[in-house]
Design a protein around this ligand. Structure first.
Ligand code: WTA
Length: 683
């Protein structure tokens, strides 16, 4: 069902019209057919007339105001989801005590809504999943009916092996449809999935199994990515061999990606393909309370171990569905492709739940943007006739390096919406995405959000807003976004202000807690600025009312779209025999957005050398995963500390970024360490 505003958005987009919310900008814009390239950071996505501009401007503000009410979500929930039992309370609780609930006395099942509902509506033969395997052109399609059959078999297999409602199931799988189907099968029987990105190390898996007390693990013998074989089962075996996981894991469900033989533990391991083939294709969907957990997903913070972010059934489902529909202007006959990994929140919300809850056709992409060559995405877009394509600026930048020739070989005219996620998209990448990939026509949508927000919380909506390259514009439907003074917590009203980014009202898709540690949830998100959700990002609202995320205010590093806690990298380094102390920071990196720089103080008698740098990089790789491999190891006989003993990371960031101006260093206990670090960073 479409809301009035969405219908308007569709009409506008169909007319290839744009509209705009902030009249102040309209007067200065120079938007032509392909965008305002004369203004460096100001881009428009499509052409239109000032008539549409004025009309939509008014409507967006009215629609947005209306969306900030419980009624908006209550109406949508009834219209767009099937409930086993209707709810009478739309929302309760609040930020004060962190007890936000949505639709709490309603009952539903997320898997039923993602599959059965569409089949009952006559869409059983529609393609639900297109699987683009590692080898280009190796494509398999699954209809909604086929998807439900296999999900039901996986669900029945789980039940036959003792998985029960509420159990946490760890999923460590490559990007084949089975990872999505396993998530849905968990949802079907009320088990809580905890997907661990298949690039994480055995230590990281063991930690997550232990933290969630997860008795069941799903994996495959191997994964295939970019022509390489990844030994997933072996990593799982190594993880379970660790004491903290050994005592917990009872069963390992093992899919086959290839015929490669792997270690098989009798009594614990189960060949999933064989067992599920014997299962019935019917499995009744468990009746879940709206606030029953749907999944947990571990994410990095600035301190301590990763947090198990918990999302619940009703609110998350509605929010995933609604944002997919509105942010991408998703249409029923679209071919939709989000090329993230299921192991991150983007894969959860925008490969699995969001598209399928909308009854759309989603793509599971197993390979890399560079395999077999840098034309892989564009070859896939041409072959599959993809309309909505969603990736991260880091991928765009890595492909831009190869020039325009490669994308120009392909017919990319099917593309209508180009999504971006993970960091602000820099103007050069925006231009390339819009003009070279999108032919100057496709809308670039910059989606700002987090694991904790469940779905997009800010973006320029296609057909409704004009984009500015690098700005996520502002709060989307239902999101009341604010900027606060970081010290006083006072709201910075009006335009041309900066501070910390907050959301002022609860929304259905927000995380409810950190598994097993509600106090940590409160202290991280809800206590820093009472009455608000604190995102952990800094932001500026420009003179036209557009929000620009300026990056994390904590020590989280955003490298190649992966969220990495500096504390995790530091603890991997100090766990080695050679390192006495470590300080890890992000620094600007052309392709990755941020690179990882590690300043290490070595133990007495240990010398820094190229081999030592290599071995420390390896230590981080094996402790966290290859995606966290440091870019720089810098010998730090001493670290810049304030007199109160706090490391001044600001200076470390600047040194790693090659800067020479460090601002005020007078508060340092010993400023003489700075030139030494500058020298060492250059070697
Ligand atoms: C950053 C990824 C600017 C931000 C979905 C956030 C962004 C963190 C954007 C969450 C964007 C994500 N513009 N910054 N469009 N999207 N971020 O949990 O710092 O892996 O707090 O979720 O990524 O990372 P996470």
């Amino acid at each position: 069902m479409r809301t009035a505003s969405l219908a308007l958005a569709l009409t506008l987009a169909l007319q290839s019209a744009y509209s705009f919310s902030f009249p102040a900008v309209h007067s200065q814009r120079v938007c032509g057919v392909t965008g305002a390239s004369s203004l460096p950071s100001f881009r428009c996505n499509a052409v239109g007339s000032s008539k549409t501009f004025l009309k939509s401007s008014k409507n967006w503000e009215v629609d947005h105001q209306a969306s900030l009410t419980p009624k908006y979500w209550g109406d949508l929930a009834r219209k767009n989801l099937d409930w086993f039992k209707d709810f009478s309370i739309t929302t309760s609780g609040g930020f004060e005590s962190g007890d936000v609930k949505w639709f709490e006395d309603g009952q539903l099942n997320a898997c039923y809504n993602a599959l059965d509902r569409h089949i009952l509506a006559g869409k059983g033969d529609k393609v639900a999943i297109i699987y683009e395997a590692d080898e280009a052109g190796d494509v398999t399609e699954m209809t909604y009916k086929q998807t439900l059959d296999r999900v039901s078999q996986i669900a029945n297999m789980m039940k036959s092996e003792g998985v029960k409602k509420g159990d946490v199931v760890t999923v460590y799988m490559p990007m084949t449809p089975d990872v999505i189907l396993t998530m849905l099968a968990c949802a079907r029987i009320g088990a809580v999935h905890s997907v661990v990105f298949a690039g994480f190390s055995e230590d990281a898996i063991a930690d997550r199994i232990a933290a969630a007390n997860s008795k069941f693990v799903f994996t495959t013998n191997v994964g295939l990515r970019g022509g390489k074989t990844i030994k997933l089962k072996q990593t799982v075996d190594n993880a379970i061999a660790k004491d903290r996981a050994k005592a917990i894991v009872e069963k390992v469900f093992l899919f086959k990606r290839t015929e490669e033989e792997v270690n098989f533990v009798e009594g614990r391991d189960i060949w999933a393909d064989e067992l599920l083939a014997k299962q019935s294709t019917t499995c009744e969907a468990e009746v879940m309370d709206a606030e029953d957990p749907l999944f947990i997903l571990y994410t990095s913070g600035s301190t301590g171990s990763p947090k198990g972010i918990l999302h619940t059934t009703g609110g998350y489902s509605l929010y995933a569905m609604h944002t997919t529909k509105t942010s991408f202007d998703l249409r029923d006959d679209d071919i939709y492709a989000c090329v993230a990994d299921a192991g991150w929140i983007t894969g959860h919300t925008y490969i699995c739940y969001g598209p399928l809850l909308n009854g759309a056709t989603t793509t599971v992409f197993e390979s890399t943007p560079l395999y077999p060559d840098e034309g892989r995405y564009w070859d896939m877009v041409e072959r599959l006739k993809i309309n909505v394509f969603y990736t991260a600026p880091t991928a765009i930048r890595s492909l831009m390096r190869f020039g325009d020739e490669s994308p120009k070989k392909y017919d990319l005219s099917s593309l209508r919406v180009l999504g971006s996620v993970g960091e602000p998209i820099n103007p050069a990448a925006w231009d390339w995405y819009h003009n070279v990939i999108g032919g100057g026509k496709a809308t670039v949508v910059d989606t700002y959000w987090q694991t904790e927000t469940g779905g997009h919380v800010a973006c320029n909506l296609p057909g409704i807003h004009v984009a500015k390259a690098g700005s996520c514009r502002g709060g989307t439907y239902g999101i009341d976004m604010g900027i606060l003074d970081p010290q006083t917590g006072e709201e910075q009203v009006g335009n041309d202000v900066d501070g910390v980014l907050v959301i002022k009202k609860p929304w259905p898709g927000m995380a409810r807690t950190v598994l097993g540690d509600h106090e940590r949830f409160m202290t991280t998100y809800l206590k820093p600025y009472p009455g608000n959700y604190f995102a952990g990002d800094g932001a500026r609202r420009d003179e036209d009312g557009y929000i620009w995320v300026t990056g994390r205010t904590d020590d989280v590093i955003n490298s190649s779209g992966h969220r990495i806690g500096s504390a995790e990298v530091e603890s991997a380094l100090v766990a080695t025999d050679e390192v006495a102390q470590a300080a890890v920071v992000g620094f600007p990196h052309d392709i990755k957005g941020e690179g990882i720089a590690c300043y290490v103080t070595l133990n007495n008698g240990v010398e820094m050398s190229d081999d030592m740098k290599k071995s420390l990089k390896m230590a981080v790789r094996s402790s966290i995963g290859p995606f966290a491999t440091p870019d720089m190891i810098i010998n730090a006989p001493a670290l810049p500390m304030t007199r109160s003993g706090k490391i001044m990371r600001r200076i470390l960031r600047k040194i790693a970024g090659g800067e020479n101006e460090f601002g005020d260093t007078s508060t340092l206990a010993d400023p003489s360490c700075v030139p030494v670090l500058v020298e060492n960073a250059r070697n």
